[in-house]
Write a protein that binds this ligand. Structure first.
Ligand code: NAD
Length: 423
């Protein structure tokens, strides 16, 4: 399955999932097939050791990664994840999906991703700062405003980006705001960035529903993952007349057939850290989440959630992938057989990187836009990208996922061909 010596992915693991997606796109690449192997190999993968002194005086070591899957169309771009299950293989897949996403939306970037294998919940702010700063210093040899620009992902946020920006700037001897995106506003962050991924999920969901004649008013929506992406997408769906009938996060699953009161639910999660114990709905078994009848199901937690078995149970018209890689290849095949429309992550959650691009552009020009300008430009760019992908899917009679890969791989491989091989 893999021609790389340092990973041995299974079919439904993240890198295995990505390789299966590249296999699916290959027949549609025409003369560019000659270059397709480049998509199956990350350009560069860096593994770093992160030693820090803990608050109790002992020394701990953490393993960190930064993978630049492609730099063909521009600098690397992609988030940094802090999670105990992070592996090189996972980061490789996430970096490759960034290549696809950036090209699918036609942003002038390659694809990259980073991660540290640890549980940030077990560390003090001081320790988190040390881990972040040492990691940034170690990967400093390959990141930079023109080389590779990290951003937040699972368990990282504006504070982590501020430390990364400061560390890189200290080492460089000059303030480099453009080295990361998703920064706090006073450090050159962009208005609208925090909400951008969830907003993009909503915009792409709205466009899909319009094309499938699913009315927004009263539409039933279920969301797995109620963090940055899931909660904001849910809030925007509810504000447009949809009902959020089921929500699952790491603390449990809740159901309300009439639709949750979003203000109350958001308040509960802000206070308690999760949906468990929310009075405005009923607790249900985690696995029963997959049986809830919906118009739109939004996986917005982690990858690999929609397995073959869960895909058999799903009663949704549309699966809108807020998370990266939430559907396994086997799950994808079942959904396709059952006529459930899957809107792939590479377009559904591209709102975040699109506003990251706006942030980077604003940092370079030192001229900042209003939130309205940002939201209007975001809507226009991702709606346009979605239209192109939808039409490609109709033209070749292929899934939206394969269509997004056709659009993206064509752009990457055309650039590869134009640039030629060095030497
Ligand atoms: P987050 O840390 O803010 O939220 C993650 C949510 O998932 C939390 O509600 C958590 O409780 C829930 N969760 C974790 N494990 C779970 C489990 N086993 N079962 C059910 N729920 C679980 O993260 P986020 O930034 O919202 O990212 C979510 C997904 O969206 C990830 O796949 C990420 O890569 C992707 N994504 C994020 C962005 C962004 O800008 N933040 C951009 C593109 C894609």
């Amino acid at each position: 399955m893999s021609n790389l010596s340092f990973v041995s992915p299974s079919r439904n693991s993240p890198w295995g999932t990505y390789l299966a997606q590249i296999d699916a796109v290959e027949p549609y690449l025409g003369r560019l097939q000659r270059w397709v192997e480049t998509m199956r190999r990350p350009k560069r993968a860096l593994i770093v050791d992160i030693p820090i002194e803990l608050d109790n005086g002992s020394i701990a070591h953490f393993e960190g990664y930064r993978v630049q899957h492609s730099l063909t169309r521009g600098p690397g771009k992609g988030g940094v994840r802090y999670h105990p299950d992070v592996t090189l293989e996972e980061v490789m897949a996430l970096s490759a999906w960034m290549t696809i996403k950036n090209a699918a939306v036609n942003l002038p970037y390659g694809g990259a991703k980073g991660g540290i294998r640890f549980d940030p919940k077990l560390h003090s702010m001081k320790e988190l700062e040390k881990i972040t700063r040492r990691y940034t210093s170690e990967i400093g040899i390959i990141i930079g405003p023109q080389q590779d620009i990290p951003a937040p992902d699972v368990n990282t946020n504006g504070q982590i980006m501020a430390w990364m920006m400061d560390t890189y700037s200290m080492n460089a001897g000059a303030t480099a705001t453009g080295v990361v995106t998703g920064k706090p506003i006073p450090l050159g962050g962009s208005l609208g960035r925090v909400a951008a991924t969830g907003r993009g999920v909503f915009v792409i969901g709205r466009e899909t529903m319009r094309r499938m004649n699913v009315p927004m008013e009263g539409a039933r929506v279920a969301v797995q993952g109620f963090g940055n992406v899931g909660s904001i997408a849910a809030k925007l769906f509810a504000a447009s007349g949809a009902k959020i009938v089921a929500v699952q996060d790491h603390t449990g699953t809740i159901l309300n057939e009439q639709g949750f009161d979003m203000a109350d639910l958001l308040d509960h999660v802000a206070k308690t850290g999760g949906v468990a114990g929310f009075k405005g709905g009923d607790k249900i078994d985690n696995e029963d989440f997959w049986d809830v009848k919906t118009d739109v199901l939004i996986p917005a937690a982690l990858e690999g959630q929609i397995t073959q078995a869960r895909a058999q149970r799903i009663k949704a018209r549309i699966v809108l992938e807020g998370a990266n890689g939430p559907t396994t290849p086997d799950g994808d095949a079942v959904l396709a057989d059952r006529g459930i429309r899957v809107v792939p992550d590479v377009i559904a959650n591209a709102g975040g990187v699109t506003v990251s691009y706006f942030e980077w552009v604003q940092d370079f020009s030192s001229f900042f836009w209003t939130e309205d300008e940002i939201n209007v430009r975001l809507d226009k760019i991702i709606t346009g990208a979605f239209k192109h992908i939808w039409e490609t899917s109709e033209q070749h009679r292929i899934s939206l996922r394969t269509a997004a890969f056709v659009v993206a791989c064509t752009r990457v491989l055309e650039a590869r061909e134009e640039r030629g091989l060095y030497p």
